[in-house]
Design a protein around this ligand. Sequence first.
Ligand SMILES: NC(=O)C1=CN([C@@H]2O[C@H](COP(=O)(O)OP(=O)(O)OC[C@H]3O[C@@H](n4cnc5c(N)ncnc54)[C@H](O)[C@@H]3O)[C@@H](O)[C@H]2O)[C@@H](O)CC1
Ligand SMILES: Nc1ncnc2c1ncn2[C@@H]1O[C@H](COP(=O)(O)OP(=O)(O)O)[C@@H](O)[C@H]1O
Ligand SMILES: [K+]
Length: 512
Amino acid sequence: MRQDSQMLLTPTEMALADSAAVKKGVPAVSLMAAAGFAVVEAIRRRWSKRTVLVLCGPGNNGGDGFVIARLLHTAGWPVCLAFHGDETSLSKEAMHHFKAWQGRVETFSDALFDGVELVVDAMFGAGLSRPLDARYRDMVNAMIARKLPICAVDVPSGVDGSTGKALGEVAPAALTVTFFRKKPGHLLFPGRALCGELVVADIGIPEQVLVDINVQTWENSPELWCQDYPWPRLEGHKFHRGHAVVYGGESTTGASRLTARSALRIGAGLVTVTAPSRVWPIYAASLISVMATSLDEGREQEAFAELLIDARHNAICIGPGAGLQGEEKVRTRHAVLSALATKRAVVLDADALSAFSDDPHTLFDAINGPCVMTPHEGEFVRVFPEINNSPEINNVHATDKVTRARLAAKLSGAVVLLKGADTVIASPDGQAIINSNAPAHLATGGSGDVLAGFIVGLLAQGMAPFDAAAAAVWLHGEVANVFGIGLIAEDLPECLPGVLSDFKQHYCSTEN
Ligand SMILES: NC(=O)C1=CN([C@@H]2O[C@H](COP(=O)(O)OP(=O)(O)OC[C@H]3O[C@@H](n4cnc5c(N)ncnc54)[C@H](O)[C@@H]3O)[C@@H](O)[C@H]2O)[C@@H](O)CC1
Ligand SMILES: Nc1ncnc2c1ncn2[C@@H]1O[C@H](COP(=O)(O)OP(=O)(O)O)[C@@H](O)[C@H]1O
Ligand SMILES: [K+]
């Protein structure tokens, strides 16, 4: 996966890109000038001329602040520049722009905010790794108290660019301008919410610098997987589009029915729901194009395994409404192990994950084929206690969402899709995608069941697990955006066709 435009650079990778650009002959002073210029452009597009306070820190983020103050002043804006730090420790380029500032340099104080209508936060950038010192913290608290609009340079000061975590109090920005590429912390909460509107500015770093940086994290977008999207073929028939099996339980039967319908809507040629014979009539009476197969009472486990002997059942989803009470839990576990034993594509969601909370390694040991796990945070804690309980595993600090999903994928051998407002999809080989298009109203009962259905439907059509998971998550978010507020889970599969048509038109121009 090399989609340069979607790459997310950690602060360390960004520093590599900066220094590679300098090596290729772009002076650091010019990069800083371009960064400051880009911020000023973004400000002038959004705000009319007004009194601005530019708060500058001791590093190159502050250096950008010196440029911003100068350019706004030149444009006739009333500007107050305040700096805190050791002047003699400024980098060469920051010193260059510090000297170019002809006005007064104020020391940090609360009184600076009087009469100010916009604050530029140029104290610290994305690479911050420890909480702010007291003088900077005071300014952050003053910004929060004054409720003035803030334009943050790179990130709101105090946000860790690689994790999105807030290292102490952070003043939320109305606008954040970052450079060259987004950083993971711009998409991971709480960072994403603290950034406000996010602008990525080109500051003259050549794209070629990316070739030598082993980037492993991307923002989800159809550009990452549209080439492998399994559109129906002119000469195809339904078996070319796979046969998905969805395991249905006894009590919450709606969950697996939603999953099945979603698998069909996203293009699986055939979808079968299996149901214990006691409740089979519920499924049979309510399903039309989805087929319902009854599992004989007393031998449900064997019957499910027997169904899977037919290799045309090429993708299996277990979890939504599978059941965790008493005998149901035993059957859920058995179904999972039977499905994994086929080495066909398997989606494990909800109860299929929780059923292994006592012995997750039994599950991990059984994963030897294509598999996608779709835990929400609660299920993740149950299945991956060792990642959550220890701050360190394999010497990697395991607390941010991308790191946790990556470790989980490595530990289990499955693609791990860790759900939430900032869903992360991680592959056992270390690649990770952060999704950013899901609206808040997607958090509605059953929407996870639909997501599992979209994934198993794409797997049935032959898409690779990592791509299928990313595609399903993006389409899921897009459908919710198109439908809008008032969405319930049933709406998601019904609204998918229009979204698929638009997606095909925009991203997949050639017929196949
Ligand atoms: N060529 C480049 O490197 C470019 C960098 N740019 C800007 O440079 C920024 C990154 O610059 P830096 O790496 O200097 O990072 P920062 O500007 O965030 O500053 C880091 C400095 O602050 C000190 N520091 C860290 N945490 C502190 C704390 N809690 N309290 C007090 N001091 C602390 C560190 O010792 C270090 O000297 C980016 O955010 C971006 O704004 C842009 O000018 C574009 C080009
Ligand atoms: N705040 C949010 N904003 C956007 N999407 C969200 C938010 N919270 C949850 N989601 C998404 O909603 C879905 C909920 O899935 P899940 O927790 O399994 O619910 P259920 O079991 O009811 O189906 C997931 O796709 C998740 O990523
Ligand atoms: K900042």
